[in-house]
Design a protein around this ligand. Sequence first.
Ligand SMILES: Nc1nc2c(ncn2[C@@H]2O[C@H](COP(=O)(O)OP(=O)(O)OP(=O)(O)O)[C@@H](O)[C@H]2O)c(=O)[nH]1
Length: 334
Amino acid sequence: MRKIPATVITGFLGAGKTTLVRHLMANAAGRRIALIINEFGDLGVDGDLLAACGVAGCNEDDIIELANGCLCCTVADEFLPTIQALLDRANPPDHIVIETSGLALPKPLVKAFHWPDIRSRVTVDGVVAVVDSPAAAAGRFQSTDEERARPDHDNPLEEVFEDQLACADLILLNKSDLLDPAALADLRTGIEARLRPGVKVLPTRHSAAEPLVLLGLDAAAEEDLAARPSHHDAEDGHDHDDFESFAVRLAEIIDPDALEARLVAAIAAHDILRLKGFVAVAGKPARQVVQAVGTRLERYFDRPWKPGEARVSNLVVIGRKGLDRAAIEALVRG
Ligand SMILES: Nc1nc2c(ncn2[C@@H]2O[C@H](COP(=O)(O)OP(=O)(O)OP(=O)(O)O)[C@@H](O)[C@H]2O)c(=O)[nH]1
């Protein structure tokens, strides 16, 4: 029996994973793709965005959200039953795409494909790591020499980023539009030097890589775990005590430009890694999506509010542990 291929998409918060999934669905060329999505923070923004994206392949039945925590830590309880149910469907998908949360380590998930109940039916076709090129080039995932010299040195951003690269079969240097060619070439050289032989690196804009390249890597990654070292190899899982998230709920917003200015100020003042969600703008029939990665913020209207849907604004804030929630909320509320 042919094993169903599964692609694991990894990459730090805001790198462009959901953008990649949307691109894959829009260019599926008749291939039936089922999506499993897991995100940090309890609002489920990504699944909602994909369900509303209007792409024919993005069928709500084929989008499964695992909202509880982090996929890499809940494989046995959440992931395995989900994938089994997909495989047991009368009409199973041609391909499974798994978007992990930006803080997830890919290796424990890949390991799960070894479980006796599923290993004969599904294989990891490839692990694709999406890199936020401008953030990586700016050293966002690197400790300084001074930090490294400290005995208690521990940089969770660096560890997550390194684990994601070490597990990948293909790297997308995304957001290449935000870097000049020389900086992009430098980043590429630096990253290539850290990869296993044979791992390809592809610069992308808006994660627009050719689906024929992305799907069909034929890596059988679950058979090749030893070649994919992790900072957490000695542990059973890892906890996400290093990061935290909370949601800010607001009433309708009368002045979205002023809200944007407050959000950018809050992000800059509190080192917020990621902020995203939906805003109800007074007088507008559609909901507005807000996406911020660092202080770079994007807004657009995605779909009309549904009849009976509460017109409220909900924003998820994600950062390193120790965020000053009260101060951030005060800044956002203005
Ligand atoms: N300029 C630019 N922006 C991009 C590119 N790719 C994605 N973005 C933007 O980056 C933001 C985050 O993109 P997502 O696809 O949601 O990132 P993600 O990795 O799914 O984020 P999390 O699920 O929160 O980890 C959005 O505002 C995107 O429009 C790119 O190539 N260039």
